[in-house]
Unconditional design. Structure first.
Length: 132
């Protein structure tokens, strides 16, 4: 039974990644939008000054970043829709539970569609808006 659980923990993320690769444009769109918005915000606040106006501009960058991250989170997509038949078959056979499956889907969604684009956004904004 323990080997079965170990195999499940390896197979489930691979299935979700395979499903994501079938719809790879969605992932690329998240990366592209993070780069475009990051460069736009970075260029809008290019080389912030160390005075009161610079402080106000830094606050504006912070508010724009929070808005971008919130907007990015709204566009969440649940990968199980493309893999519905496989999930239903595996759940009926007892290979996977709903909690495990949606846990893996949520974790991969958070890492691939939230963390990676957010890191790209921050890199562009930081590099362009701060004096190096």
């Amino acid at each position: 039974h323990r080997e079965h659980q170990h195999a499940e923990s390896i197979v489930q993320p691979l299935q979700i990644v395979r499903c994501m690769r079938r719809d790879h444009n969605y992932f690329y769109f998240h990366l592209l939008s993070a780069c475009v918005v990051g460069v736009s915000v970075g260029l809008s606040f290019f080389r912030l000054q160390d005075d009161l106006k610079g402080l106000n501009d830094r606050f504006s960058v912070l508010m724009l970043s929070v808005f971008f991250f919130a907007l990015q989170g709204v566009s969440g997509r649940i990968w199980y829709r493309k893999d519905d038949s496989v999930f239903t078959r595996d759940a009926r056979c007892g290979y996977v539970s709903s909690l495990e499956y949606f846990g893996v889907v949520t974790a991969l969604d958070r890492v691939l569609l939230r963390c990676v684009p957010s890191i790209l956004y921050v890199v562009f904004v930081w590099a362009l808006s701060h004096r190096l």
